[in-house]
Design a protein around this ligand. Structure first.
Ligand SMILES: [Zn+2]
Length: 139
C-alpha cells in the first residue's frame, strides 16, 4: 500500500463518521497536517470501493459519500443537512421486487429514506415554518 493510501486508510479507521465525502477526508487530512490532493483522495476511495473495502452510498442528493460499514444496509438521509445514517438491513422489507431485465440478476438493493426535521420537534424546521413565503417575481 502506498504511503498516501495508508494515510487515507488511517483517516477512515480513526474517525467516528461512517459516511464520508472526499471533501470530508481532505478536511481531516488538512487538520492533521497531511498533504493529499483531492484527485488522490478520490482515486484512493474509488480503489477501496473496487476492492470491497468501502461502499458508495446511493444518496438522493449532494456529494458522493463513501461508507466504511461493510455489508448490505440502508440509509436515512436528512434533506436539510445531507447527513446520512444507517438503517439495519432487517428494518426495510420488500413485498415485491421487479424481475431484472433478461440476462441480469439483482446484485443489491439500496434504499435511501429521505427525512426532514419534524416541524414541532426541530429548531431548523421551526425556523423554516416561521419564514415568510418567497416573494413571487412578476414578469
Ligand atoms: Zn451506511
Amino acid at each position: 500500500m502506498t504511503r498516501q493510501r495508508r494515510m487515507i486508510a488511517d483517516i477512515l479507521e480513526s474517525v467516528p463518521q461512517r459516511h464520508l465525502t472526499a471533501d470530508d477526508v481532505m478536511d481531516i487530512a488538512q487538520t492533521r497536517g497531511l498533504r493529499l490532493s483531492l484527485a488522490t483522495v478520490y482515486n484512493t476511495l474509488n480503489q477501496f470501493v473496487a476492492h470491497g473495502l468501502l461502499r458508495r452510498v446511493a444518496t438522493a442528493r449532494g456529494a458522493i459519500r463513501f461508507d466504511t460499514t461493510p455489508g448490505d444496509h440502508h440509509h436515512f438521509q436528512d434533506e436539510t443537512s445531507g447527513q446520512v445514517t444507517d438503517i439495519a438491513p432487517g428494518n426495510v422489507c420488500f413485498s415485491a421486487l421487479p424481475e431484472p431485465p433478461p440476462g441480469y440478476r439483482i446484485a443489491g438493493v439500496d434504499v435511501v429514506v429521505r427525512i426532514e426535521p419534524a416541524a414541532d420537534e426541530h429548531p431548523v424546521a421551526q425556523a423554516r415554518a416561521n419564514r415568510p413565503p418567497p416573494k413571487e417575481t412578476s414578469r
